[in-house]
Ligand binder design. Sequence first.
Ligand code: CP3
Length: 345
Amino acid sequence: MTVSTNKPLLKSLSGEVQSRPPFWLMRQAGRYLPEYREARANAGSFLDLCYNPELAEEVTLQPLRRYGMDAAILFADILLIPHALGQPLAYKEGEGPVLDPIRAATELGRLDVTDIHKTLDPVYETVARLSQSIPKDCTLIGFAGAPWTVATYMVEGRGSKDYAKIKHWAYSDPVGFDVLMDILVEATTAYLLKQVAAGAEVIQIFDTWAGVLPDNEFKKWSIEPTRRIVEGLRSQYPELPVIGFPKGVGGNIIDYVRETGVTAVSLDTGTPLDWAAREVQSLVPVQGNLDPMLLVSGGVAMEDRIRQIIDTFVKNPFIFNLGHGIVPQTPPENVARLAEIVRGD
Ligand code: CP3
């Protein structure tokens, strides 16, 4: 299958094989770039930056100017959905996001599902601006977190090591927990539809913490909500490409691909290359999966692995990316080297 487009990322997603794979990097805008740190300092808080269309547009474009990625990803955060639902949220220096946790179905009344767009309108404005300002061969990616991953922050109140609180709720009161999942499916679908209406050409759904679920629960709380979101998006945009990123799920990624209806999947760092080429890329285009820490270390180890990843996946539809987001200590010159190698310069 091919589409009439000159955009390399869209070509890969439509099943085209390209001698040079398109590339972009998860978290390509961020603290490893001095110009991001400057914009961030001017914005006030991180949330102020997310809700400032002019500055959010600027930081989205920053990595493209340096490295010429084939995609721009909207600058925002997966936790804007709980914020728009009325859950207090702050990003604390050195600590990450902190939310006022919701631990039981009886507390769901604290969420206001009536109008998330009032809060999220500036995000749609950022998308609209970007759709005009990105380079012509560059693809604009919108995104959201998957319900399970967003719920982990809503229930734990912050990043977690054991997911004890969300699992306790989900296992002991699955019916009540499903009310939260339903709220998130609906809000996320509405949010993503607005991003597409504003100009997002591809959607990526981040399920960063899918890998902490046993397989039955993975089906119930990662695959099923994601399937419903994809279905909701396709009911209005039947051709919309959607990339899923169910991190850490091992072989269960096969069920995820077969059952969610995603167009492509992003592979995490731990996914074996040959296995994925054989078992996953035979089903859908894949994206990935350089270890972000190799991008910190750089040198021959990084270069060899980049080439190995490309050699493994380039014979079928492929998008080069990391296996998870760029970390703040990444030297910008290593990203420049990565871009050179992927482009074959
Ligand atoms: O460049 C891009 O990729 C687009 C922007 C983007 C951000 N967050 C900006 C951000 C995207 C796609 C995300 C996704 C996101 N946010 C995920 C899923 C992907 C992943 O990395 O697992 C998750 C789990 C979050 C939640 C989140 N946001 C955490 C845990 C943190 C704190 C950790 C950290 O890196 O500081 C954030 C904050 C955040 N989101 C920053 C950025 C640039 C750093 C905030 C700052 O500038 O101080």
